[in-house]
Design a protein around this ligand. Sequence first.
Ligand SMILES: CC(C)(COP(=O)(O)OP(=O)(O)OC[C@H]1O[C@@H](n2cnc3c(N)ncnc32)[C@H](O)[C@@H]1OP(=O)(O)O)[C@@H](O)C(=O)NCCC(=O)NCCS
Length: 178
Amino acid sequence: MLKQIGRIADECTGEAALFTLSQEKPGDWWEVEALYDLSFAPGRTLLSSYRLRDDVPPVAELCRVARDESGILGGAIRYWPVRIGHWHALLLGPVAVHPTAQGEGLGAALIRDTVERARALEWSRVLLVGDEPYYRRFGFGHLSGVEMPPPTNPERILGLELVPGAWQGVAGEVTRYA
Ligand SMILES: CC(C)(COP(=O)(O)OP(=O)(O)OC[C@H]1O[C@@H](n2cnc3c(N)ncnc32)[C@H](O)[C@@H]1OP(=O)(O)O)[C@@H](O)C(=O)NCCC(=O)NCCS
């Protein structure tokens, strides 16, 4: 299913780009990886959170790409399932927007679109490791008692409830969905 988001003006040319969000296809994989390589610090896949993704398929319906009218990739988001004890959660990320398109609402559009889809798919809770000042606008808050693989700064472990109370009582180590 496609979803178009508002026109985003290019600072230099003044031209607007109309981005369309759609589900990532298998053929998009390496292009999305290249965008992540460009957007994150080198060695991103060595981060401990990536070990939760090893040999686990992402949640296909929630892996979405944003392309402009020329088909150029502007942003991408992926999700993986994880376990915390007997609970299930979605691990949001990576999410990235191309440096030339940042700050124009594309990241927010990818996050809002996929959070709504996750709710519709009847997931209960979302987890991520990231900057609370960015993610709190989407309703994410600090999680206490939820432990990501070390070394992860506990201050950066954030959660969002897709149904009321979904994080209440959920605690323990986050493990691979195997
Ligand atoms: C983080 C990212 C996905 C946001 O996408 P975006 O399209 O640039 O962001 P939006 O246009 O939706 O939002 C822009 C706002 O978020 C703020 N913001 C962006 N990154 C932020 C961060 N790390 N911490 C706090 N605020 C942040 C901007 O300052 C801006 O604030 P404003 O609305 O007050 O002007 C994008 O900047 C990116 O790809 N960064 C590099 C990769 C990365 O860090 N990914 C997230 C990993 S946790």
